[in-house]
Design a protein around this ligand. Structure first.
Ligand code: SF4
Ligand code: SF4
Length: 337
């Protein structure tokens, strides 16, 4: 097993930046975010979870997907330039695992999303295990842990002055080999890694019955949806910060006959999201929209991919201004059904 001195991290990021874009955990006005870094001294470990998740690195909030030029009879389409190699550094284990759920949506099946695919192929995820999960964390409910390796290429396990380094994928192995002068082989130290993997999260294990999705099938008209929807503000915070939410809208921004096509995140909590031609809206109130969000995560996604669409990062728990969150929904449904 290798070790990486904390004091070597800036050096590593700087070296990697010679041929890759670096997205790392950094602090801006007291808020920790995962953002593109130019100054590699600015990375920080001063967070439990970054305000945004690693989703942003591979599926950005706004992106141009093509430009078009209509010279009347000769329409020209211009694709975006190829993406650069990218490294996400300081990702938490739950967020790295969330990428596997996005892979299911964007890469598997008959069609794939070429923009997402290219970024994923050119991306490397370096995760830092969580030293102190906070009161909102419940990743252990989803068979993950503060030391989980799912979805990561490399996981760094913090000790007082260095990280123990676990290479998870061939990509991760190569990165360490190519930067060998910054790492030091110290033999096996599995007990530290195990202590992270065995740590329980603070919210406690929100125990999820295996058949919750089955039970939810008959609960379309459960009065609980109405109860929690009553206080929802429809702000969309919960969906935007969620590393597994992936709905988007596509729009054309035109000037005369020329323009660009862009896609932006969208939210099932917004009224317009469901609006159809003829002004028909099948989910006209927050009741249907709230039900849709939780049914998607706990029933429909599980039916389709055999996984719940949540990794217990706690962002929606932390960010919802009126305390509507999935851990409570699971607990309530478990007790009621
Ligand atoms: S639903 Fe909430 S806890 Fe689950 S992954 Fe999304 S933001 Fe995290
Ligand atoms: S964050 Fe809370 S208030 Fe805002 S849309 Fe989500 S559930 Fe509703």
């Amino acid at each position: 097993m290798n070790k990486l001195l904390r004091s070597n991290v800036s050096c590593l990021l700087k070296k990697l930046s010679e041929h890759t874009e670096i997205y790392a955990s950094t602090e801006e006005d007291g808020v920790c975010i995962l953002a593109k870094l130019d100054n590699y001294e600015e990375w920080t470990m001063n967070y439990v979870r970054t305000a945004n998740s690693v989703k942003d690195v591979f599926f950005p909030q706004n992106e141009e997907i093509m430009k078009y030029k209509d010279a009347s009879s000769d329409l020209k389409i211009e694709a975006p330039k190829p993406f650069k190699e990218r490294i996400a550094f300081g990702v938490r284990p739950c967020d790295a695992a969330a990428m596997l759920l996005l892979d299911d949506v964007f890469l598997k099946g008959e069609f794939y999303d070429s923009y997402y695919k290219e970024r994923r192929e050119k991306g490397t995820i370096i995760t830092i295990a969580c030293e102190k999960p906070d009161q909102h964390c419940f990743c252990t409910s989803f068979d993950l842990s503060p030391g989980a390796t799912e979805g990561s290429d490399i996981v760094l396990y913090p000790t007082e002055d260095f990280f123990l380094v676990v290479e998870v994928t061939e990509k991760g192995k190569k990165l360490i080999k190519d930067n060998a002068e910054l790492f030091e082989d110290i033999g096996a130290k599995p007990e530290i890694v195990d202590s992270y993997k065995n740590m329980r999260t603070v919210l406690g294990d929100v125990c999820i019955p295996n058949d919750l999705n089955e039970k939810l099938k008959g609960e379309f008209d459960n009065s609980y949806w109405k109860k929690i929807a009553r206080r929802c503000l429809g702000c969309g915070n919960c969906t935007f910060v969620c590393p597994t939410c992936h709905c988007f809208a596509v729009c054309d921004v035109a000037r005369g006959c020329d323009g660009k096509r862009a896609r932006t995140w969208d939210s099932c909590k917004f009224q317009d999201f469901f609006l159809m031609a003829g002004d028909h809206n099948p989910r006209p109130t927050q009741i249907e929209r709230t039900r849709q969000r939780f049914m998607h995560k706990l029933n429909y996604f599980k039916e389709k991919y055999d996984k719940y669409q949540c990794i217990g990062c706690g962002r929606c728990v932390e960010k919802c201004p009126v305390g509507v969150h999935i851990a409570d929904v699971i607990t309530h449904m478990k007790e009621e059904l």
